[in-house]
Ligand binder design. Structure first.
Ligand SMILES: [Mn+2]
Length: 415
């Protein structure tokens, strides 16, 4: 008999908004405490524990303290690298936690005649065989996946932890992420501990076994928050097993349910959007609640920047809301239409894009008009391509770029 927690896509360090950032970290601490309360034998984290390889350290200290507490209570935390917390250079908080013995990394492999043999980690308390396959950015793990082989004994409880999207498994097309064919996944496991897809999936796959993606423990993007606002759930799983699975239970994270206001901007002008946004916000009870405001569509005239975010933030503050996140990523303006590019060479494509967009520019800033505008844009683009030398300090590099920018756009305008 054994029991474990399956947590995924925690994304510690996500969000700039301090309110959301704290909710994200608190969710992880809650999941660990809940696991302790439920007397799990071990915990599996199937990737993306951190939002970036090296998140802001003071922000995640409490989360790491809690992990240490768990390990000290003799509960192992097994994990794999996700696509977010892996770094090519090996500089990651994850690798430090592995070295410190807080995380037990599941990915153990050796090469054998062109094949990659995955070795299990055998949990000493329950005897479960746990295999792990790490992830890389952009599904780069696919090449390795293709070559892996596993030779488990038949009479043990087997878990396969991974962090990849599998073709045909997710219904969610929103992410448009690279996928791995199901044929790359080893068959005949008792439990597949999936991560990466930000959606909860639970299914029995013939020839395979129980395939489970908990989805994000809380959220790391506007899209995740939007799903929660629309009634979706987030959380993690607790699994009971003996020879096979006895029971799996989803534990819902109810830390916040944001309010969502969606505004269709099609055919409207910025003033109309502002009026609609204000009247809809005013009609809401926002005390202590978090508001998501999504404005999408094509404005009939005016600029997207004329939607006055500062003003909306002030109104929401006055209503004692916990905060607001405004998403205009799908808001466009008829004044800036898509352009067609005929060049095929990189340098020429860049020139053509600047030329065509500058023709659509209706403002009066002379630096942005015609040949001069084009030259400034190209020079700035080239400047931003410069990378910091290893022997150069951060502030020196920053000053170098700022000074060069001043020279390109003209000193007077750069202050
Ligand atoms: Mn993720």
């Amino acid at each position: 008999m054994g029991r474990f927690s399956h947590i995924s896509d925690v994304h510690l360090g996500a969000f700039n908004d301090p309110y959301l950032r704290k909710r994200n970290i608190d969710s992880f601490i809650w999941a660990l405490e809940k696991s302790l309360e439920e007397n799990v034998d071990f915990i599996i984290i199937s990737g993306d524990l951190f939002n970036t390889p090296i998140p802001d350290v003071p922000q995640i200290t409490n989360a790491i303290k809690k992990m240490r507490e768990i390990v000290e209570r003799d509960i192992r935390i097994y994990a794999i690298y996700g696509s977010h917390d892996y770094s090519v250079t090996g500089s990651s908080i994850y690798s430090i936690l592995v070295a410190a013995g807080i995380i037990s990394d599941l990915h153990r492999s050796r090469e054998d005649n062109g094949k990659i043999v995955l070795e299990p980690v055998v949990d000493d308390k329950t005897g479960a065989y746990i295999y792990g396959m790490y992830a890389r950015k952009g599904a780069m793990e696919s090449e390795i996946f293709e070559k892996i082989t596993i030779n488990p004994p038949s009479d043990v409880f087997k878990i396969f932890a991974f962090h990849s999207a599998i073709s045909g498994i997710s219904k969610d097309m929103q992410f448009n992420m690279p996928e791995i064919p199901i044929s790359y996944i080893p068959k005949n496991m008792d439990y597949y501990a999936g991560g990466h897809i930000h959606e909860r999936i639970e299914m029995d796959l013939p020839e395979y076994g129980k395939m489970v993606y908990p989805g994000p423990l809380f959220a790391s993007t506007f899209v995740d928050l939007e799903k929660i606002a629309k009634g979706g759930s987030c959380g993690f799983y607790i699994v009971d097993f003996s020879k096979g699975i006895n029971k799996i239970e989803f534990i819902e994270n109810e830390i916040i349910r944001p309010e969502l206001v969606e505004i269709n901007a099609n055919g409207k002008i910025p003033e109309e959007i502002m009026r609609e946004a204000i009247s809809r916000i005013e009609a809401l009870q926002l005390d202590g609640r978090y508001l998501l405001l999504k404005i999408w569509g094509e404005l009939s005239s005016g600029r997207t920047s004329e939607v006055d975010r500062k003003k909306l933030i002030e109104i929401v503050k006055k209503k004692n809301a916990a905060g607001i996140n405004i998403n205009v990523s799908q808001l466009t303006s008829r004044e800036f239409k898509g352009i067609e590019i005929t060049n095929r060479n990189q340098g020429n494509i860049e020139l053509e894009i600047f030329e065509k967009f500058l023709k659509q520019y209706g403002g009066k800033n002379e630096s942005l008009i015609g040949e001069r505008g084009k030259n400034i844009a190209i020079s700035l683009l080239n400047l931003l391509r410069i990378e910091k030398n290893d022997n150069e300090s951060g502030p020196d590099f920053k000053n170098k770029i700022i000074n060069a920018t001043g020279k390109i756009i003209g000193e007077e305008e750069w202050k």
